[in-house]
Design a protein around this ligand. Sequence first.
Ligand SMILES: Cc1cc2nc3c(=O)[nH]c(=O)nc-3n(C[C@H](O)[C@H](O)[C@H](O)COP(=O)(O)OP(=O)(O)OC[C@H]3O[C@@H](n4cnc5c(N)ncnc54)[C@H](O)[C@@H]3O)c2cc1C
Length: 434
Amino acid sequence: MKEKYDVVIIGSGMGGLVAANIMAREGLSVCVLEKNNQFGGNLQTFVRDRTIFDTGVHYIGGLAPGQNLYRYFDYPGILEGLHLKKMNRDGFDIITFDNDEVAYPHAQGYDNFIDQLAKQFPQERKAIESYCKKLREICHKFPLYNLEEGKPYGNDPELFQQSAKDYIDSITQNEKLRAVLAGSNLLYAGDPDKTPLYVHALSINSYIESAYRCADGGSQITKLLVRRLKENGGEVYKHSEVTHMTCVDRKLESVTIKDGRKVTGDIFISNIEPKHTLRMIGEEHFRKSYNRRIQDMESIISAFSIHIVLKPKTFKYLNKNYYHFKDYRKVWDAHKYTEETWPETYMVSMGVRKNQDEWGEQLTAITYMRYEEVKEWENTFNTVAQTSDRGKSYEEFKSYKTELFLRELEKKFPNIRECIQSVYASTPYPIGII
Ligand SMILES: Cc1cc2nc3c(=O)[nH]c(=O)nc-3n(C[C@H](O)[C@H](O)[C@H](O)COP(=O)(O)OP(=O)(O)OC[C@H]3O[C@@H](n4cnc5c(N)ncnc54)[C@H](O)[C@@H]3O)c2cc1C
């Protein structure tokens, strides 16, 4: 590691690595610092019983030529090496509800999306059409989303005010259709009072354009981004947690890594949680109002996941995700669960292999969980680099929640228990501790 770079990037998530690639291709000297043992942040994978699981990214959208993510991946030159599996054209996401046998599809391609949903809601074709038109209109207003010049977040102040729930409610009186259109809101932890329509639009549009799984996990994206970065002279370091940032004359001058090393730079990009960034720089270097705005930002609700290794040849591979809700009238409120009602919703996604046959190897199910539920263990660790015993109470908590979750899954997949070879759970973690 050199002492000085043109650009220092903190965090090797997708954002940090793409930024690093762009800067390195422009001829700048770039250094990416990552605290963990694996690069990629939420693109990391892990292995249980020789089976690969994704931590975050389970499917990606907009990867056909000309579409949003295609262009972002084309520029650093990682498209060619990617092994992708296109999800079901007529239903990549399936929205379902308790006490309703119908599987409501979100299909790929806008015309197809309308046709497939109109089969279930023939009276509502016009509402579905105007929903699709609106999503595309909104996405066109974000220059950065389309890799065009202009203000990154667009010029239209109304865009930031319209709520996703209010808009969806305004286009139809049909409560089931409203629930279906909002059905994948676990993707962005949708909240009826807070989630703007543009967040919904930017998330959903790319999947409707085209939806894919990464064969053998999303970490292949990381590997390719790191490889291309190095080819362009960039550097990337693991086990390099930034713990302090030093300002001189109101200019950020260097960052300090946990082991004491200092890295100086002209430009710094922090690809980590903003509150944490401000604390490391020192709040005195920012305007009070700015500090308050950042510190007052509420963290969104977290997730509890179970990762199931399936017995060989017992459970068919599903080339689609399920988003399930107990109550279709509560799609925007499923995060307001109580101990008795948890889990009120879940998403099920299956990993795919490069040589995928008809049988699935693994399945992940994700639901909401508030961080407070695991707060008592907040000073414990479980990473490759560091582990501390979380004790029996933590294991009991996980087993109890896993059992409750499995009981819900059994309602949709009645034979699932017989197919389980082993099951692992992951609980929410606070930013910066893991
Ligand atoms: C459960 C879950 C499921 C998801 N599913 C999908 C999906 O199916 N499809 C999809 O497109 N998106 C999905 N997402 C969202 C997607 O994973 C993220 O939006 C994306 O990966 C975030 O990338 P990032 O670069 O912003 O940050 P991160 O991935 O959060 O990367 C930040 C990096 O910074 C590192 N870091 C933190 N602090 C420091 C420090 N002090 N010093 C050095 N390094 C530090 C971290 O270790 C991490 O590697 C999901 C997210 C979650 C949590």
